[in-house]
Design a protein around this ligand. Structure first.
Ligand SMILES: C[S@@+](CC[C@H](N)C(=O)[O-])C[C@H]1O[C@@H](n2cnc3c(N)ncnc32)[C@H](O)[C@@H]1O
Ligand SMILES: [Zn+2]
Length: 324
């Protein structure tokens, strides 16, 4: 990591400033192996292979921690093959839709939470000067490093938990998170994560997220023939990864508790023939996305929101609601 990124990072526990603690900073300002120390609480966080690491390997105590540990291990295991799990069509639809909503510009400071192996990151890296990519899977972050090795983008890789971000308040103009929120185990974890996504944005900054959608069609299928794919909540990948399907109103309420929702739409219509149609299918998908029809049979919801000036109060209100 380049140490100028310390201006955007902080201790995830107390938000204290970080400084280099051990290790050798190169003439170009790079720290590959060493540590970062919090000036306020004195905790030390390692840096290995240029990745700043804020996830401890303590034994899980709560059910939520067990789920997170289990997912993290699975994502590490799958990092080398993760991209092959997406068809070209699904990948193209999701990346293009996200880009249309994110509208990355060269002066943007972009943070991606749950960046995984960089499937989405690679789609916008050429348009911006700097990216902070966060994930709790170390091996996935190593794949991003390889993927963008030749890219001129100023990339900072951080291993951290989405609901406890080591990022300074108000330091990014845009945040993106694709298919991550549905894997956070429990309503408190999800609310904390959205609170964090909002906190790290500048006032007026944009958030774009995609999540699994509990569409009316999925509910109907569940009534007719329940299966793992139609459950509201469950696990996949041999039980290693928790997931939660969001209802439309549910996601909107969750987001609006912290940040202002501008638009929500259904993406990736569950109609296999669209994929067979190729480019024509993509054009139909794009048109459907602009209509309420997109909300009947979509696999995912995409939301775009922006941080307003009153979000600190909104976050407090949302936390109080979750606790009730
Ligand atoms: C379905 S993958 C999506 C990866 C990438 N965004 C994409 O669309 O290709 C979910 C990612 O979220 C990460 N993730 C899940 N829970 C997380 C958490 N609590 N903190 C940080 N990352 C998390 C996983 O490690 C994984 O890389
Ligand atoms: Zn601290």
């Amino acid at each position: 990591m380049y140490i100028h990124w310390l201006d955007s990072l902080c201790c995830p526990h107390c938000h204290g400033a970080l400084s280099v603690y051990g290790g050798q900073v190169s003439d170009s300002g790079k720290l590959n192996e060493g540590g970062l120390a919090c000036g306020a609480c004195s905790r030390v966080f390692p840096v290995s292979e240029g990745i700043a690491r804020f996830v401890a390997d303590d034994d899980p105590v709560t059910e939520e921690e067990s789920w997170k540990r289990s997912e993290r291990r699975k994502r590490d295991e799958e990092a080398a093959v993760y991209d092959s799990m997406f068809t070209g069509y699904r990948n193209a639809v999701e990346c293009q839709t996200i880009l249309r909503q994110l509208r990355p510009k060269s002066q943007d400071r972009i943070v991606e939470i749950g960046a995984g192996t960089g499937r989405i990151t690679a789609a916008y890296a050429a348009r911006v000067k700097s990216i902070l990519a966060v994930d709790f899977s170390y091996d996935s972050l190593r794949v991003i490093a390889q993927r963008l090795e030749r890219s001129p983008v100023d990339l900072c890789l951080v291993q951290a938990d989405a609901s406890l971000l080591p990022i300074r308040t108000g330091s990014f103009s845009k945040a993106v998170s694709a298919q991550v929120l549905e894997h956070l185990p429990g309503s408190m974890e999800r609310a904390n994560a959205i609170g964090e996504f909002s906190r790290i944005l500048r006032p007026g900054g944009t958030l774009v997220i995609t999540v699994y959608y509990y569409s009316p069609e999925k509910r109907l299928r569940h009534r007719r023939q329940p299966s793992d794919r139609t459950m509201k909540e469950g696990s996949h990948s041999d039980g290693a990864i928790y997931f939660y399907n969001f209802g439309y109103g549910e996601l909107k309420r969750l987001l609006n508790g912290h940040i202002k929702v501008d638009r929500m739409r259904g993406i990736l219509q569950e109609r296999p023939y669209l994929e067979r149609f190729g480019r024509l299918g993509m054009a139909i998908e794009r048109i459907v996305q602009t209509t309420p029809l997109s909300l009947f049979a979509a696999h995912m919801l995409l939301a775009r929101a922006h941080r307003g000036p009153v979000d600190a109060d909104r976050s407090k209100r949302a936390k109080a609601l979750v606790c009730e």
